[in-house]
Each structure stands twice: as C-alpha cells, then as structure tokens.
Design a protein around this ligand. Structure first.
Ligand code: CA
Length: 221
C-alpha cells in the first residue's frame, strides 16, 4: 500500500510518514500543492493524506483537480480545528474523511486503515481467504488462526493481494504499490517473495496466472 502525504509543515509530515512507515505502508511526501497535484495525477497511490493549507495551490484546489480528472483514490483531509466550513467544502469536493489538527497519530492510522479497506470493499480490519487471514491493525498474518512470521515486504504483499481478493494483480502493479522509491524493483525479486510466502502459507494460497499476474482467493477453476 502506497500513501501520498501532502503536508507543508516538516515536523508533521515527518511524524505521519514515520507512523505510516512503521505500520507497513510505503509513503511519499509532497510539500506544496503543485507537487501534490502532479504526483497524484501521474503515480498510483492507495490513499492520500492531504493538508488543506498549502503554499501555492491549496489542498482543496488540488483535490478538485484530481476528482475532475477522474482520480478516485481515497483522500483524508487535514484541517485546522474549528474550521467547519472548510471541512464541509472538502467533503463536497470529494474527500472521503477528515481529521482536525492537532490529532492523535493513532486516530490517523485507524482512519487510514478504514479508508483503505472500504475502498477495497471490506468492512472488517481482518481480511481472509481460505485458511489465511491478515489483521491489518496488528500487521499479523495467520494461518488457521496461528501466527506466521513474515517480513515487512511479505506482509505488504499478502495484505495488498487480500485487499484485492479475487482480482488478478499484475507484477507491475505489485511492484508499484509495494516498493519504496529507493528500493530495487524487479519482477524476479517479486517472484522470490511469492516463493517465500508459498513456503510459509501453503503452495496454493497465492496463485499465478501466467502472463497476467497473481491472485489470492480466486474461484476454483
Ligand atoms: Ca499547512
């Protein structure tokens, strides 16, 4: 899962980025409206945390431009406390949720988890396919209810496929959403992660559709 953080105050941006990183998300930070708009328009993100008060183009204008261009990723707006007209305007402009500053980082994380799973059509923070389940609150992977030790990358991969259960996900999409901008990205490394996951979770948990990609929880053929 890849999240764009749009925040011009460095301390707030850094604390959000650290908390999301510790929760298994890849993050990218933009510090002004133009950069935010460009990144959101040209790269794939699973969610955006968007501060409304930004230098240059403000957050509301950025959001309106994304929505009118058909960009549908969930957007959580950050607003100053007490500015309810701003929140109403933000939600009318296509925001999915808002958080008033100052906020507790735990609340931001809970809202991020909820928005991402709702965008994928899931009501519960625990995602499951057959014997495999993932608790997105605790970043735990279980098989028949027993914990399985996984690396952060393995966690991100299984959680991404479970969020998109039943859909074949291409290697390119997985690489884009799982790896950071500085990580080496290639399909062989991805295949190696899938192989490790199959050893830990069972050979047929993640299925390969040759030439198309990977799927979890697909109907039996
Ligand atoms: Ca600001």
């Amino acid at each position: 899962m890849r999240i764009l953080i749009v925040e011009d105050e460095p301390a707030i941006a850094a604390s959000i980025s650290a908390a999301l990183g510790a929760s298994g998300y890849q993050t990218r930070t933009a510090v002004d409206g133009e950069e935010a708009w460009f990144l959101g328009d040209t790269e794939a993100f699973d969610l955006v945390v968007l501060d409304l008060g930004l230098p240059g183009m403000d957050g509301l204008a950025v959001l309106k431009r994304w929505r009118s261009a058909g960009r549908e990723m969930p957007v959580l707006i950050l607003t100053a406390r007490g500015t309810w007209p701003e929140r109403v305007e933000g939600i009318d402009a296509g925001a999915d949720d808002y958080l008033a500053k100052p906020f507790r980082i735990e609340e931001l994380l809970a809202r991020v988890r909820a928005l991402i799973r709702r965008a994928a059509g899931h009501a519960s923070p625990v995602l499951a396919a057959g014997p495999v389940s993932v608790d997105t609150r605790q970043m735990r992977v279980m098989i028949d209810g027993a914990n399985v030790a996984v690396s952060p990358l393995e966690y991100r991969l299984i959680a991404y496929l479970l969020h998109h259960k039943g859909r074949v996900v291409s290697p390119g999409e997985l690489i884009e959403h799982l790896y950071g901008d500085d990580d080496a990205r290639d399909a062989n490394a991805l295949e190696a992660v899938i192989t490790r996951l199959r050893k830990k979770l069972g050979a047929d948990v993640v299925q390969t559709r040759r030439g198309f990609g990977y799927v979890i929880g697909a109907e039996a053929e």
